[in-house]
Design a protein around this ligand. Structure first.
Ligand code: SF4
Length: 401
């Protein structure tokens, strides 16, 4: 085993398995461990995952509603955001929103993921005009009306992902959503320098994102977040990001899920000449995330971004595959199709796991485990009571394969 400044990797793994809280230095030791230590790291991470979640791995059956693909900024890796003159630029009408949601409901989806660009009306006149046509001045207030519409007309439970939010927006959207989210991505400020992935992206300033996540916790909103790897951050910065998420969750218990997402090259992005993180880099990072975040945290890695090796993620400590849609593509990575659910279920079974469907709100919040009480909004409660079993997962008779 390799040594770190303070402890050997073996000592760090022993500490994690003994239930001790790892320090940032422990995390640096893990993330820099030799490749020969990776198997031991994954074994320890798997053991922690089993303690917290048993041999159950979950996914959410959902539709994606890209309410607007215009955004006030342009991250270096983003293929989703479009400029106002781009023929693909579009803000969905209420009819279009409902059509997607109804298609999802017919396919047994439970969750409607509203994923959209951040505050495009700040800089684009045509967005302001579209919003005015829908009777709104902000994307956020239009989003609230659309979330309420989808909930009322289809019963799908909205999950909101619109970037930075103020307290009033979070409070208002809470009434019509099961949960919300926003990737922290990274705590690195270096990426805001010219040429960096977040240059000219005020919404990606880590302090601002952490502030939104804190407000969510104070308002009892379960929050999905995560880190994006391979966008120019160092391995230490990955650890710092995971520790920042852990610190926030320890205080407020609002982090329902941490995604470890790998950057994938696309032809139309500024970062098209950058290298993608390898599968081993993903495994190293997922295992480190589990060891830092502990047994209870839900850790997800998107199955469509590494289709040949995603089964390995199970061995590195994940317990969730995130949202998988039978209706809509992954609008953030449109070139990456979702796995076939039956094949995914079989792969999980081969690895010794049962694949179960969950809702947009994670089971511990539905069960109201100690520390997780009070996160269900009254607008969503009837749907949750209808669909969830005593474990907080989707009732088996409501699952669709
Ligand atoms: S990643 Fe999000 S915030 Fe960045 S440009 Fe794309 S839509 Fe906007």
């Amino acid at each position: 085993m390799t040594t770190t400044t303070h402890r050997t990797v073996s000592e760090i793994l022993d500490r994690a398995l003994a239930g001790e809280r790892l320090s940032p230095e422990d995390g640096y030791g893990l993330i820099h461990a030799d490749a020969t230590d990776l198997a031991a790291m994954m074994a320890a991470a798997s053991e922690l995952r089993d303690r917290g979640h048993g041999r159950v791995v979950t996914y959410s059956r959902k539709v994606f509603i890209p309410l607007t693909n215009l955004c006030r900024q342009k991250c270096g890796y983003c293929t989703f955001a479009r400029g106002p003159r781009d023929p693909i630029a579009h803000t969905m009408s209420p009819d279009e929103v409902l059509a997607v949601a109804r298609a999802g409901a017919r396919q047994g989806c439970k969750e409607a993921l509203f994923s959209l660009g951040e505050r495009p009306e700040e800089i684009y006149e045509n967005v302001r005009a579209d919003l005015a046509g829908f009777g709104h001045t902000t994307t956020s207030s239009y989003l609230r009306e659309m979330a309420e519409l989808v909930l009322r007309e289809t019963g799908l439970q909205p999950h909101i992902n619109q970037g930075l939010m103020e307290r009033g927006e979070i409070v208002s959207l809470r009434e019509v959503s099961a949960s919300m989210g926003m990737m922290l991505e990274t705590v690195s400020l270096r990426l805001h320098e010219k040429g960096g992935a977040h240059w000219n992206c005020p919404g990606k300033i880590p302090e601002e994102r952490l502030r939104t996540m804190r407000i969510a916790g104070e308002e009892k909103v379960a929050w999905t977040t995560g880190i994006l790897i391979g966008i120019g951050e160092t391995r230490e910065e990955r650890v710092d990001s995971l520790v920042a998420i852990r610190d926030l969750h320890d205080e407020l218990h609002q982090i329902q899920e941490v995604i470890v997402q790998n950057f994938r090259v696309k032809e139309d992005i500024a970062m098209r000449h950058r290298d993608e993180p390898s599968v081993f880099e993903m495994l190293r990072t997922i295992a480190t995330a589990r060891l830092i975040l502990g047994p209870q945290m839900n850790i997800q890695a998107p199955p469509n971004l590494t289709p040949d090796a995603h089964g390995m993620y199970l061995l590195a400590g994940i317990n969730d595959w995130g949202g998988i849609s039978p209706v809509t593509r992954d609008h953030i990575n449109p070139e990456r199709p979702w796995p076939n659910l039956t094949e995914l279920k079989e792969m999980c079974a081969d690895a010794g796991f049962e694949l179960r469907e969950r809702l947009g709100l994670y089971p511990e919040y539905i069960r109201a485990d100690p520390g997780y009480e009070g996160f269900i909004s009254e607008g969503i409660r009837p749907q949750i009571e209808r669909l969830a079993d005593s474990d907080g997962l989707v009732k088996r008779e409501e699952e669709r394969w």
